[in-house]
Ligand binder design. Structure first.
Ligand SMILES: [Zn+2]
Length: 143
């Protein structure tokens, strides 16, 4: 088991061993903590290729924009995730809550989970076998 802490400032989740919030930089000493299974990166495949995913409690999915020096945690550009394919720079995010959840970040073309459009900024549980549609790309979550 691992401990997760809610940042009181930005309400995002951090691993409890961090002294400050990795998202907003505020100290986490007074933040409420809860137990969660140990963090493991989500297993995701796109175009039959498994993505390499960093070990973080929050992962932004989108497309890199070198001109703006923007690089999401999970970059779909190498897989055809262009603007023309309907992929936003900050399209959706995965958040660890003892299990992985997905949230649309108010993207231009929306995010579909198992063929259903999800409301922006509302987290949804991911179950193994779930299909996430981001623009014209299909991502398979397998645990
Ligand atoms: Zn914070």
């Amino acid at each position: 088991m691992a401990q997760i802490k809610f940042c009181l400032n930005c309400e995002r989740r951090n691993v409890a061993t961090d002294a400050v919030c990795v998202f907003c930089g505020l100290p986490l000493e007074n933040a409420p903590a809860f137990e969660a299974p140990d963090l493991a990166p989500p297993k995701l495949a796109v175009n039959d290729r498994t993505l390499q995913i960093p070990l973080q409690v929050e992962l932004v999915i989108g497309r890199a924009d070198p001109a703006r020096e923007w690089m999401p945690d999970i970059d779909l550009l190498p897989f055809g995730g262009t603007s023309a394919a309907g992929v936003s720079r900050r399209h959706a995010r995965l958040v660890w809550y003892g299990h992985w959840q997905i949230e649309d970040l108010d993207s231009a073309n929306g995010t579909l989970l198992d063929r259903q459009r999800i409301e922006p900024h509302k987290p949804h549980d991911l179950r193994p076998g779930a299909i996430i549609q981001i623009g014209k790309l299909y991502l398979v979550y397998y645990g």
